[in-house]
Design a protein. Structure first.
Length: 166
C-alpha cells in the first residue's frame, strides 16, 4: 500500500501541526505500507530527521495561500493518480484539505478557530476559503479530531456527521 503524506501547511515543521507531523513520522511502522511525503520544495528537509528513509516529492514551487489552494484544487488529483497512492494523509486538514481525492483521504483537524473567531482571527482564510473549506472537509473519507471540543465544532460548524470524525 502506498500512502502520500501532505506536508503543505505544516509550516516547515516549526508549528504545532509541524510538531504533530514530526511525531507521527517517528512512529510509522517499519514494515507494511510505503509512505511518501509531498509538499512545498522548502519542506524537503524539514522532516528528514524524523523520517530519513521516506522519499519527498516537491510540488508547487510558488508559495502562499493562493498557490497552495490552487494546487490542491487543480493539481492534486492528477498528482495522486500519477504517484499511484492508495490513500493520502492530511495532518493539517483544517488548513488545506483537497477539494476531492481520487483515493481514500484521512485528515487531522486541530482547530476551527478560522471559522468562529473574530474577523481579525479569520482574516487569513478569506471569504472564498471559508466557503470552500467546509465542503473540502466533508469530502474527506475520515477525519481525526484532536479533541472532543474540535469534534463538536466539526459537527456544529461544518456539518460533519459525528460518525465521520474520530
Amino acid at each position: 500500500m502506498r500512502i502520500g503524506v501532505d506536508t503543505f501547511a505544516c509550516d516547515g515543521g516549526g508549528s504545532g501541526v509541524g510538531a504533530y507531523l514530526s511525531q507521527f513520522l517517528r512512529r510509522l511502522p517499519q514494515e507494511g505500507a510505503v509512505f511518501e511525503l509531498f509538499g512545498w520544495d522548502y519542506d524537503r528537509y524539514a522532516f528528514s530527521e524524523d523520517a530519513p528513509d521516506l522519499e519527498f516529492v516537491s510540488q508547487c514551487f510558488m508559495s502562499g495561500r493562493t498557490a497552495n489552494a490552487l494546487w490542491h484544487m487543480a493539481r492534486y488529483p492528477r498528482f495522486v493518480r500519477r504517484r499511484k497512492y492508495d490513500a493520502c494523509f492530511f495532518p493539517a486538514a483544517h488548513r488545506q484539505p483537497p477539494y476531492g481525492s481520487p483515493c481514500p483521504s484521512i485528515g487531522v483537524v486541530h482547530d476551527m478557530a478560522a471559522y468562529w473567531g473574530t474577523r481579525r482571527t479569520r482574516a487569513h482564510l478569506g471569504a472564498v476559503l471559508r466557503t470552500v473549506m467546509p465542503n473540502s472537509l466533508r469530502r474527506l473519507d475520515r477525519i481525526i479530531a484532536v479533541s472532543e471540543w474540535v469534534r463538536q465544532e466539526l459537527v456544529e460548524l461544518v456539518g460533519i456527521r459525528r460518525s465521520e470524525s474520530r
